[in-house]
Design a protein around this ligand. Structure first.
Ligand code: NAD
Length: 336
């Protein structure tokens, strides 16, 4: 198959170039996202490959179908950015890359917690300026603290294992509790108990109507005064203005996010010379107890190699008329 790969970064090229020869497919890279402006670039391709933050709506899918593109391959686990019903209507199957490296995301989750807690980002800057004062750097022991995990699929369960290693008590909520998660040390409970008893709450559920703004004014009001909130899943799980109000009132102790509701206008680009128009993210950046990374939790060599391998395998299976296990249909049973 000939693949048009959009939003191509240097690290995408590195790992696709490494594996494309062996796969028997061919590839053209485009730095831009797939949009009505760039749709024409996909002419002559069998497959189009996109990443997160690339909304693929009905209009784009109709355009792809008209030009003979047969498949949409996502280089991501999440798929809330694709109109799956429209894809089904125009007959374009959509493939994703589930569970390419739960450890990459769960380890970054713990990195956010440790940085916010022990303030290593501040210590780094202080020491470089010969400021060896410890004032303001006090953290807390993770050992013995309660960590609430919302969504215990591949990433949530991997994170439970890490938190258990630190000696945390783990409360979990998932509509489908699993023995694997229990074996990782988690106790399943209801959201209310999780909200009220956790010192740290980490989100690992998909973005679906039931989980949109799961962190909102009401859920925050149930939490401990100095709760630490962590989101490495999808930005819209958090009602950002509600969290900003809670941070201002010191109702939330710390916030660590790798994802942000309006991130498609910001992330994956160098905007250092621009004036940021998004007032919520600039307000968030002004808090000393907020840590933001730009959707990099997936970014390890192991994860990139696996994303590439699974993406190419999905296309090979489709081309050979084999069932593609990673095909996503509208409202999959696992997330309804
Ligand atoms: P997964 O499908 O293995 O697990 C998702 C879990 O959420 C499932 O166990 C499901 O039952 C549960 N869930 C569904 N509805 C829920 C609800 N209402 N409340 C609580 N839990 C619910 O997915 P995964 O591989 O663990 O990924 C989780 C999310 O992480 C993805 O949806 C994606 O948005 C995000 N992600 C982020 C990055 C990053 O770089 N920041 C990378 C990969 C994935």
């Amino acid at each position: 198959m000939h693949i048009s790969l959009f939003s191509a970064k240097g690290y995408d090229r590195e790992f696709f170039d490494e594996q494309i020869g062996e796969s028997g497919h061919t590839i053209t890279y485009f730095e831009d996202i797939l949009s009505t402006d760039t749709l024409a670039l996909a002419e002559g391709s069998d497959a189009v490959c996109v990443f997160v933050n690339n909304p693929v709506d009905r209009k784009l899918l109709e355009g792809l179908s008209k030009m003979g593109v047969r498949v949409l391959a996502l280089r991501s686990a999440g798929f809330n950015h694709v109109d799956l019903e429209a894809a089904e209507d125009v007959g374009i199957p959509v493939f994703r890359v589930p569970a390419y490296s739960p450890e990459a995301v769960s380890e970054h989750t713990m990195a956010l917690i440790l940085t916010l807690n022990r303030k290593t980002h501040k210590a780094y800057n202080r020491v470089r300026e010969n400021n060896f004062s410890l004032d303001g750097l006090t953290g807390f022991n993770l050992h013995g603290k309660t960590v609430g995990v919302i969504g215990t699929g591949a990433i949530g369960t991997a994170f439970c294992r890490i938190a258990a290693g630190f000696g945390c008590r783990i409360l979990a909520f998932d509509p489908k509790p699993s023995d694997e998660t229990r074996e990782a040390g988690a106790h399943f409970t209801n959201p209310e108990t999780l909200f009220s008893e956790s010192n740290i709450i980490s989100l690992h559920c998909p973005l679906i109507p039931q989980t949109r703004h799961i962190i909102n004014q009401k859920s925050i009001s149930m939490m401990k005064e100095d709760v630490m909130l962590i989101n490495t899943s999808r930005g819209a799980l958090i009602d950002t203005p509600a969290v900003i109000r809670a941070l201002k009132k010191k109702r939330v102790g710390a916030l660590g996010i790798d994802v942000y509701e309006q991130e498609e206008n910001l992330f994956f680009r160098d905007l250092s010379g621009e004036v940021i128009q998004d007032d919520d993210i600039t307000r968030l950046m002004s808090f000393p107890n907020v840590l933001i990374t730009g959707h990099q939790a997936f970014l390890t060599r192991e994860a990139l190699r696996e994303i590439t391998r699974i993406t190419l395998n999905n296309l090979t299976a489709y081309e050979m008329d084999k069932p593609v296990q990673n095909e996503i249909k509208p409202k999959p049973a696992s997330e309804s």
